[in-house]
Design a protein around this ligand. Structure first.
Ligand code: B1M
Length: 214
């Protein structure tokens, strides 16, 4: 079996140690780090995303695959920086003010990473100011907000309003999600996108950033 395919398959099985060893082996054999990233690691993570979306696998399997992805990325990152591999976009993600739920948000962050984004995770209970300051600091393309409580989803609007107050609303794509959130709520608060799950969030973010940069 080709080394690249083995990396993808071990990642899907969540075998972090094997992924780490094989990524190192691929580098030692002189393989292009971008090929290892795109056709090995990210390919495996996209397959996991698809299976999760179709309910063929569940949160624990996604988390172990994500751990394997991170193990591979840790080996690959210095090489990617060396050759100047540009991420497909930069995303700031967090759970909104008053809300401490982070499992879904972490899954979305991992899928974004798996889709080739540079991800800045600002954590939970995040104020509008903190979302925006991080986005400005890192030159983000997209701000991703998660909420799990009906009492906190309203705080998503605070971020959109604060972007408007600062006259920078058009600079950012705003995506919202989480169990109580839906399409009509997203439209009502002036967000650009609502997505129902982590895999869709990564797909939609990729397309939205591509559209933004053309
Ligand atoms: Co909380 N909790 N909780 N809780 N909790 C819920 C959400 C609740 C529905 C349980 C219930 O009553 N049936 C309820 C909310 C009711 C409501 O508002 N309608 C609730 C409550 C009330 C509370 C407390 C207020 C309880 C209390 O203290 N009285 C309290 C609030 C604390 C706070 O946040 N201030 C609280 C606390 C907690 C724990 C700390 C114990 C724990 C959180 C641990 C953690 O996250 N580290 C917890 C948990 C685990 C849950 C449940 C059981 C599971 C949530 C979860 O992780 N789901 C939840 C009940 C339930 O959902 N069945 C519940 C798995 C996760 C993968 O799904 O986050 O929906 P989810 O993410 C999905 C999608 O929504 C989407 O992608 C993910 C999967 O692909 N998605 C996005 C998420 N963010 C996205 C962003 C996007 C796009 C997609 O774009 C940016």
């Amino acid at each position: 079996m080709a080394l690249i395919q083995e990396i993808s398959e071990f990642l899907q099985k969540g075998r972090a140690k094997n992924v780490k060893t094989l990524v190192q082996q691929a580098l030692d054999e002189g393989m292009d780090p971008k090929v290892i990233l795109n056709e090995g690691l990210l390919d495996g993570m996209m397959i996991i995303g698809g299976k999760f979306k179709r309910n063929e696998i569940f949160v624990p399997e996604v988390l172990v695959a994500a751990r394997a992805l991170n193990a591979g990325l840790n080996i690959l990152e210095p090489k990617l920086i060396e050759i100047g591999n540009e991420p497909i976009g930069r995303a700031v993600i967090g759970t909104v003010k008053g809300d401490l739920h982070d499992i879904g948000k972490n899954l979305v962050a991992m899928m974004l990473k798996g889709a080739g984004f540079e991800v800045y995770d600002v954590g939970v209970d995040v104020t509008p100011e903190a979302f925006i300051e991080k986005a400005e600091e890192e030159g983000a393309d997209i701000i991703c907000m998660s909420a799990l409580l009906t009492t906190t989803m309203v705080n998503m609007e605070g971020v959109v309003n604060e972007l408007k107050n600062r006259n920078i609303r058009d600079k950012y794509i705003v995506m919202v999600g989480g169990a109580p959130v839906n399409e009509s709520f997203a439209q009502q608060i002036g967000a650009d996108y609502y997505t129902p799950d982590a895999a869709t969030a990564a797909e939609v973010a990729r397309v939205a950033v591509e559209k933004k940069t053309v």
